[in-house]
Design a protein around this ligand. Structure first.
Ligand SMILES: O=c1ccn([C@@H]2O[C@H](COP(=O)(O)O)[C@@H](O)[C@H]2O)c(=O)[nH]1
Length: 238
């Protein structure tokens, strides 16, 4: 079974990544490369992490006109990562174009990366969504609508918070992946996140994957904290 704890490598350089990964010895991880690291290091960071045997979620959240997203995805597919994403707010044509680009760019004999769509960022509250973004819906209704659109467009799942997972299981089915950031241990600071939950609650609600950044990357003992998170996600007691 695929590792369902994804560590967000929100670092500013390859050197910082190397220092962090040294904590894990030969352990094979599922890691997330986001904008900060990818815009600094480019494709070489992907090559480095793949050579180390890690699975990779390349979190660039594409959001542009369909033709541009299709061409960009064709290039990302050539990197042979495991998961990529778009913003569902780009609409169904954009999401379908993303999939076409991925299919075209996936090397012969390789599996197409999973393609998921961000519904509402886990830093967004219902109040911000309604008052600033002027989306006149409850957060749950908005997330379900974006997720249904992603599913109808052929995508493999969505990014959402743990709090919407049960609802999405009912509306989009058990096979549709829910990738949930905004994960915090009970004693952690929430920081800039709004819709947070512990790994234990993520397991109870049925998240397919959790994404954990600062709780692990800023921990005094990252390996110990990673194991604690995994144990909570797998339902074991420490
Ligand atoms: O809705 C979203 C989409 C992506 N993220 C990303 O996940 C990590 C979370 O990091 P923490 O340090 O655990 O808060 C980060 O890379 C975000 O870019 C998200 O948080 N919410």
């Amino acid at each position: 079974m695929s590792n369902n704890v994804i560590i967000a490598l929100d670092f500013s350089s390859k050197q910082e990544v190397e220092t962090f990964l040294a904590n894990f010895g030969e352990e094979k991880l599922y890691v997330k490369v986001g904008m900060e690291l990818f815009y600094k290091e480019g494709n070489s960071i992907i090559t480095y992490l793949k050579e180390k045997g890690h699975q990779i979620f390349l979190d660039l959240k594409l959001h542009d006109i369909p033709n541009t997203v299709k061409s960009a995805m064709r290039n990302l597919a050539r990197l042979d990562v495991d998961m990529v994403n778009v913003h569902a707010a780009g609409g169904s044509k954009m999401m379908q174009a993303a999939l076409e680009g991925l299919q075209e760019g996936t090397p012969e004999g390789k599996e197409r990366p999973l393609c998921i769509a961000v519904t509402q960022l886990t830093s967004t509250t219902e109040e911000v969504m309604q008052k600033e973004l002027m989306i006149p819906l409850t957060l749950n209704v908005a997330v379900v609508q974006y997720a249904k659109l992603a599913k109808e467009s052929g995508l493999d799942g969505v990014v959402c918070s743990v709090h919407e997972v049960a609802l999405l299981r009912q509306t989009c089915g058990e096979e549709f992946a829910t990738v949930t950031p905004g994960i915090r241990l009970a004693s952690d600071s929430v920081d800039d996140q709004a819709r947070v939950a512990t790994p234990e609650i993520a397991r109870e609600k049925g998240s397919s994957y959790i994404v954990v950044g600062r709780s692990i990357t800023k921990a005094s003992n990252p390996l110990h904290t990673y194991k604690l998170v995994k144990e909570q996600m797998e339902g074991q007691t420490v």
